[in-house]
Ligand binder design. Structure first.
Ligand SMILES: NC(=O)c1ccc[n+]([C@@H]2O[C@H](COP(=O)([O-])OP(=O)(O)OC[C@H]3O[C@@H](n4cnc5c(N)ncnc54)[C@H](OP(=O)(O)O)[C@@H]3O)[C@@H](O)[C@H]2O)c1
Length: 295
């Protein structure tokens, strides 16, 4: 197993895999729009057959959570029909697929970290379409690994860390919600974890307990306000401005899409099945900030 098809070229996680896969002896075959477009399924089929991968990591997705409320059908095409097609193609080729999913499949009402067998109950369109994508990929290919992650950030792309740093340059004071809990996940750390999973499959061959859903987030938990404070603490050590960050509630900051208030995920199964654990989110933050400084 050598050739890994990575969808969503230019996205946060795909960019992480571009570095992480070669470091483990894999060839990363990145595909993106326009030549790989879920809205044009024939492009997906053509890219798959042209590249003849040994495994697929599907990072491509409609990730605009609020915009999904206005065009759930569009989000469904990317987040559910896309994985359905990739599931079918990988099954026909007899190869595994890793489908990336989200903590937004949960309603956030459990009051404790979610386990993979807790019932999903998405509260918005994005979560509904991503859950449909999990089911579609798993139904099409028994060799499907679903990784539910959360709060992804990277040195590039659209994410909370880069938004905070940009706002911090412009404003002396910011307001950030303090009543939504989760685990920030550095895209390079998640990419390393995915590469480690693929190493397992390559070295041991496919095992039936690999299949199914696994949580895969940065270690530990926080809320958006505390995450923002950590970002500015880290940035200030290198001379960036340190705005005052006021803690507000979700009710103070209405958004189009409802989000789970407590999307903490238990990552124990990932460690048990694959022997893989992502570093604490604070270490991921330091890693991404160092990469930003280098860039
Ligand atoms: N970001 C998060 O906080 C977060 C949290 C939990 C789970 N996840 C999941 O993690 C995975 C990776 O997320 P990410 O943060 O790396 O996402 P990202 O940076 O937004 O990248 C998504 C990629 O998907 C591509 N894409 C969008 N619609 C497409 C379509 N119809 N056909 C083909 N490609 C399409 C995008 O291309 P364009 O840029 O050209 O549109 C982009 O390259 C996704 O499955 C996401 O749902 C993300």
């Amino acid at each position: 197993m050598r050739r890994i098809l990575v969808t969503g070229r230019g996205g946060q996680l795909a960019t992480g895999l571009e570095a992480a896969l070669p470091a483990q002896g894999f060839e990363a075959l990145l595909v993106g729009q326009p030549e790989f477009e879920f809205d044009k399924p024939e492009t997906v089929v053509a890219a798959f057959h042209a590249l003849k991968p040994d495994a697929v990591v599907n990072c491509a997705a409609w990730t605009a959570v609020d915009a999904a409320e206005d065009d759930e059908a569009g989000a469904f095409r990317a987040n559910a029909l896309g994985p359905a097609l990739l599931g079918r193609l990988t099954h026909e080729a007899g190869i595994p697929i890793i489908q990336i999913s989200t903590d937004y499949v949960y309603d956030g009402l459990k009051g404790a970290p979610y386990l993979e067998n807790d019932l999903p109950n998405p509260v918005g369109a994005y979560g509904r379409t991503k859950l449909a994508g999990e089911w579609a990929a798993q139904a099409a290919n028994p060799r499907c690994i679903v990784l539910r992650t959360a709060w992804v950030f990277a040195p590039m792309g659209k994410n909370f860390l880069r938004t905070m740093l940009a706002l911090g340059e412009q404003r002396p004071e910011l307001r950030v919600v303090a009543d939504q809990w989760g685990s920030p996940t550095a895209a390079p750390d998640l990419a390393d974890a995915i590469a480690a999973i693929l190493v397992r499959i390559r070295d041991q061959g496919w095992r039936d307990d690999f299949a199914g859903t696994h949580h895969a987030t940065g270690g530990g938990f926080t809320n958006w306000h505390a995450f923002a404070e950590a970002i500015f603490t880290e940035a200030a050590r290198h001379g960036a401005p340190r705005p005052k960050v006021h803690a507000i509630t979700t009710a103070d900051y209405p958004t189009k899409a409802k989000r789970p208030a407590d999307g903490r995920l238990d990552n124990g199964k990932l460690a048990h099945v694959f022997g893989v654990a992502l570093p604490p989110w604070e270490a991921g933050l330091a890693r991404v900030m160092a990469a930003l400084r280098q860039a």
